[in-house]
Design a protein around this ligand. Structure first.
Ligand SMILES: O=P(O)(O)OC[C@H]1O[C@H](OP(=O)(O)OP(=O)(O)O)[C@H](O)[C@@H]1O
Ligand SMILES: Nc1nc2[nH]cnc2c(=O)[nH]1
Length: 182
């Protein structure tokens, strides 16, 4: 966990990737796409904690159709900048059986997290699982899943802001930054 001073230094050295205005316009666009595809399906929206919380909150307030909401918690980075094994911390309390589910997360990086989540929800009987991410990392990897809805692309760097942490800090930023390469 970064101290307050360390967090301020990380931001001062960070490089802006997408401004708050760009993020907001992209969320508007994705909300319209989701409304067109899922607006009549009474979906269950599942926020992937912790990183998905900002995007999920801002996205939901732009969806003008009936939907249920719950969360799940799975993590494989913790506060590190490299991924490890996926750890499940909380399953959704709401049943996904026969539901159209929209999973909302901050980033599709290697795709391991969202592939495992989608798999688990389908095994639990979800009728369909759609993935919405604030960012899709352009890392040239063959990802095991693709996002059905992606607000923005990000470069192959460790990014933070808009739900994504830099050593625990700065999930609360409305814009997206890249950590300065050390
Ligand atoms: O596509 P992947 O390479 O699997 O990485 C993407 C996942 O990594 C982050 O979660 P993290 O494990 O950092 O937990 P957090 O949400 O608590 O930040 C992010 O929120 C995604 O869930
Ligand atoms: N904060 C953050 N979390 C991630 N999880 C997977 N990739 C990233 C990233 O670039 N930044």
């Amino acid at each position: 966990m970064a101290t307050r001073e360390e967090a301020l230094a990380l931001l001062a050295r960070g490089e802006l990737v997408h401004s708050a205005e760009t993020v907001s316009a992209a969320v508007d666009r994705v909300a319209a796409e989701i409304t067109a595809r899922l607006g009549e399906s009474n979906p269950l929206i599942l926020c992937v904690m912790t990183g998905g919380v900002v995007f999920a909150g801002q996205l939901m307030a732009r969806l003008p159709f009936p939907a249920d909401f719950d969360y799940l918690h799975a993590t494989r980075y913790g506060q590190d900048t490299a991924g490890g094994a996926l750890s499940w911390r909380a399953a959704p309390w709401t049943s996904v059986k026969d539901r159209t589910v929209l999973v909302v997360d901050d980033i599709l990086d290697e795709g391991v997290t969202l592939a495992a989540i989608k798999d688990r929800l389908l095994h639990q009987g979800a009728k369909a699982v759609y993935l919405a991410v604030a960012t899709d990392k352009e890392n040239g990897k063959n990802k095991p899943v693709t996002a059905d809805f992606a607000a923005l692309k990000v470069p192959d760097r460790f990014v933070f802001g808009y739900g994504m942490d830099a050593y625990g800090a700065w999930r609360n930023l409305p814009a997206i930054y890249a950590l300065k390469d050390e």
